[in-house]
Design a binder for this molecule. Structure first.
Ligand code: GLP
Length: 240
């Protein structure tokens, strides 16, 4: 694992640079998009680079996860968040950005279909990731199988509390279930780029980089990935 400690703006620039380099060499690349606040500056930087000529027209993208049961037009539905923060700001072709369908009648089928779609696209070339304060990646909460694929998960109280800020501060309004790529799904991507900033992430980053590989800190599986880049600011790196 490569660990880079730099100010937040520089981290976003480095992540955007990696995506630009990938798309320049391989315009039909498959990107993995993350939600949460961590990648937002990366998306701003990509939108800026798009104005300067970076094209996503031949690229495809897969999202990491989705809440179950939010109305289609709910602003916090991850499909809508990704549309707002990045997809609508660049030139992806219609249908090029996909996410797991958290409103499908058959959720297990939706998860299997999603795995098939990722495989049919040839897998993800570069996966952006954030990390939860409890060490989750995507919505793979502590205790997730290290061999997991896309499936239905129950969110922990901690994650629902962490995400309540996106739901007007009310933890009761945060959904209880989600669909998420599994840890093995994420590990299949060819390059993992994780961003973490702020002191609240320091323990999770410490475990990610220096802890034993354990389902209790799901992000630690990344230690086994042949090409993982960990981008952290000084506060998130304060326990390294
Ligand atoms: C959410 C998302 C994760 C994200 C994490 C951290 O629960 N499902 O993909 O990495 O929270 O979020 P943030 O970047 O806002 O701290």
């Amino acid at each position: 694992m490569e660990v880079v400690i730099a100010p937040g703006d520089e981290l976003a620039r480095l992540a955007a640079e990696a995506i630009e380099t990938l798309l320049t060499g391989r315009p039909q690349a498959v990107l993995g998009l993350a939600t949460g606040s961590s990648p937002l500056k990366v998306y701003d930087e990509l939108a800026r680079r798009h104005k300067d000529g970076l094209s996503f027209a031949r690229a495809r993208a897969f999202m990491l996860d989705e809440y179950v049961g939010l109305p289609d037009d709910h602003p916090e539905r991850y499909r809508n968040v990704i549309e707002k923060e990045i997809a609508s700001r660049v030139d992806f072709a219609p249908g090029a950005v996909r996410g797991p369908d958290g409103n499908a009648a058959d959720l297990a089928r939706a998860c299997a279909d999603y795995e098939e779609a990722i495989a049919a696209a040839g897998g993800v070339d570069l996966q952006l990731l954030g990390i939860g304060t409890d060490g989750h990646i995507a919505f793979n909460e502590p205790g997730s199988s290290l061999a997991s694929r896309t499936r239905i998960k129950t969110l922990t109280r901690q994650t629902r509390q962490d995400n309540a800020r996106f739901f007007g501060g009310s933890v009761d309004d945060v959904p209880r279930h989600c669909l998420t790529q599994g840890l093995a799904t994420i590990m299949s991507a060819r390059h993992l780029v994780l961003l973490a900033t702020g002191r609240a992430k320091a323990e999770a980053v410490h475990q990610l980089v220096e802890g034993p590989v354990s389902a209790m800190w799901p992000a630690t599986i990344m230690q086994l990935h042949p090409h993982a880049t960990i981008l952290v600011d000084a506060a998130a790196a304060s326990r390294l």
